[in-house]
Design a protein around this ligand. Structure first.
Ligand SMILES: *Cc1c(COP(=O)(O)O)cnc(C)c1O
Length: 229
């Protein structure tokens, strides 16, 4: 087995174990393999081991990998921060966007989503770590943002995403993920049909699953340490 196939298997075992501890079905948690900074060959190795959904943060890098893996039937998720002037290619080529943090971004993606494709599946990113983090909308702003996104014709609002301030303390990890879950519950009670919680990465996926994650976004534990530029 390739190193990547081995790592992937180990991550799936971690997910299954965390689900069992939480009394959840392993089918309720999808693994998104975050392949940013890794070449097409790494994507193909994971795909050969059965992985279908891949997460990317840089548009040009992702497009190159999509082209090179065109026949593999992979599903691509844009997870990085997105500048408004880079929305066109994302609307044209991705199945999901996880980092909607303002109405303007959502409006552009909806307007640019090709009619021939299904609606773009999106999550609103929320900052649950206060001043420690700058990405995502404030929890107080999530209701209005979600309502605006839900009204856009070419987007399908699926749920919430967060990247908490990193910490080694499992209780602190769970506290942050629990804030996102409670927010989802409030928004559902307000009538928004949110079925997705995109939370948990290589170092904290167990805490995220314990708090209800339905998509975990895992890079390092599958592909190895990234060389930061
Ligand atoms: C890079 C990245 C990940 C993966 O993080 P790892 O620690 O490598 O698992 C997950 N989510 C987002 C938004 C990322 O940018």
């Amino acid at each position: 087995m390739s190193v990547i196939a081995n790592n992937l298997q180990a991550v799936l075992v971690r997910i299954a174990h965390a689900c069992r501890l939480a009394g959840r079905s392993a089918d309720d948690v999808r693994l998104l393999a975050v392949s940013k900074a890794w070449p097409t060959d790494s994507v193909l190795a994971a795909a050969a081991a059965g992985q279908r959904a891949f997460g990317e943060s840089y548009v040009q890098e992702a497009l190159a990998k999509m082209n090179a893996t065109h026949d593999a039937g992979l599903e691509w998720h844009f997870i990085g921060p997105l500048q408004s002037n880079k929305t066109q290619k994302v609307a044209e080529h991705f199945a999901w966007v996880h980092a909607i943090d303002r109405v303007k971004l959502a409006e552009r993606l909806s307007a640019q989503r090709p009619a021939a494709l299904p609606p773009l599946q999106v999550c609103v990113q929320v900052n649950v770590s206060g001043e420690a983090s700058k990405s995502g909308c404030r929890p107080e702003a999530a209701l209005a943002l979600c309502q605006a996104v839900a009204a856009l014709p070419r987007l399908s609002l699926r749920g919430l995403m967060t990247i908490p301030q990193p910490t080694d303390d499992p209780a602190a990890q769970r506290a942050a993920f629990g804030r996102l879950r409670r927010l989802q519950e409030q928004l559902c009670a307000a009538g928004l049909p949110l079925d997705t919680l995109s939370m948990g990465m290589s170092d904290d996926l167990e805490a995220a699953i314990a708090e209800g994650a339905t998509i975990v976004r895992v890079g390092t534990a599958i592909f190895g340490e990234r060389n930061n530029p």
